[in-house]
Design a protein around this ligand. Structure first.
Ligand SMILES: [Zn+2]
Ligand SMILES: [Zn+2]
Length: 349
């Protein structure tokens, strides 16, 4: 067993405390990663607080992991000691079902293994990246290109791939009009990606508070959704709307903004069902869809795309003793645009 320092929450209410966790000894295809940075994702909070179902405590969240390989198993072929690597939302899948074979392991028919709060194939409860070390099978580890700093790389492993994948799938490209709902951790990445893919990008945000930011990040237009005029002006105009908001929205109003054959894809996950009027879809052959992260191959492609196009998230680096405070700020939407924990501060008071 390998002992790692970690920050864990011992109840839904927290707070985080310094603790130690055990990582398995390396199997032949495992790599040991010394974690340097871990991003804070809104879903860490939902999961730890039990919003999405009961979890075990202590819980170490974190599925935006960046670090170095410090040890490799006897049959590892993809990595050597010293490689800069990342781990995202999953650490394993069955690898045999149709979806795994197609490279969409996130949709594994037998259920992918989450990086934390899941039971892995060894029967162990997985613990995430708010820790100094993690052991992961090489097939679920991606390479971080040299051009991307490790702190900025971390949020790409969830916020990055979650927005990159639907933009690619629904063909964001020159000549396409893409709207991004919400300019938070996910939304700001969606704007950067859609812009780099050549689409005309519009941000739809409750207020115009972050308009300057949005335009700087690559948006061509910025509208307030609390202004009802917005829905009149933009009716029938978008090929793709990426909804990053997990709070409830008036879906039918947003669907009315889609052009013929347009798609509204949800990457935010509201806990309550959303009412969709079928007549919001029929007249313009519109689609309402969902999308979850991306496969391992696509995650690597996304990282390479970021290096090529000089795309990195906007981050605020914090020390490990500031996690509770950072979570409160995430809940208050007071972050531009992603918190990243400096893991070298793990044992600090
Ligand atoms: Zn996440
Ligand atoms: Zn599978």
């Amino acid at each position: 067993m390998i002992t790692a320092n970690a920050r864990a929450t011992f109840s839904p209410e927290g707070p985080f405390k310094l603790t130690t966790i055990e990582r398995r000894d390396l199997e032949p295809h495992d790599v040991l990663i010394e974690i340097k940075y871990a991003g804070i994702c809104h879903s860490d909070i939902h999961t730890a607080r039990g919003d999405w179902g009961p979890v075990n405590y202590p819980l170490v969240p974190g599925h935006e992991i960046a670090g170095f390989v410090t040890q490799v198993g006897s049959e590892v072929t993809k990595f050597v000691v010293g490689d800069r690597v990342g781990v995202g939302c999953m650490v394993d899948s069955c690898r045999e079902c149709n979806n795994c074979r197609k490279g969409v392991e996130q949709y594994c028919l037998n259920g992918m293994t989450g990086t934390y709060a899941a039971i892995d194939r060894y029967g162990q409860y997985t613990q995430g990246g708010y820790s100094t070390h993690i052991v992961v099978t090489e097939d679920f580890v991606v390479r971080i290109p040299d051009g991307i700093e490790l702190d900025a790389a971390a949020p790409l492993l969830c916020a990055g791939i979650t927005t990159y994948s639907p933009l690619r799938h629904w063909g964001a490209a020159p000549g396409k009009k893409v709207a991004v709902v919400g300019l938070g951790g996910l939304g700001h990445m969606a704007v950067k990606f859609a812009h780099a893919m050549g689409a005309e990008v519009t941000v739809l945000s409750q207020t115009l508070k972050k308009k300057e930011d949005g335009l700087r990040l690559g948006a061509d237009h910025y509208y307030s959704t609390s202004d009802s005029e917005t829905f009149k002006i933009l009716a029938g105009s978008f090929d793709l709307i990426v909804n990053t908001v997990s709070a409830e929205i008036d879906l039918n109003a947003y669907l009315s903004l889609l052009a013929v054959d347009g798609t509204l894809v949800n990457v935010g996950a509201p806990s309550e069902p959303l009412p969709v009027h079928v007549f919001s879809l029929i007249p313009h052959r519109r689609s309402f869809a969902g999308s979850a992260i991306g496969g391992i191959r696509e995650t690597q492609e996304m990282l390479d795309f970021c290096a090529e196009h000089h795309i990195v998230p906007e981050i605020e680096v914090i020390s490990a003793n500031q996690i509770d405070e950072a979570w409160e700020r995430v809940l208050a939407s007071d972050v531009r645009y992603r918190f990243v924990i400096d893991i070298s501060t793990m044992a600090n008071e």
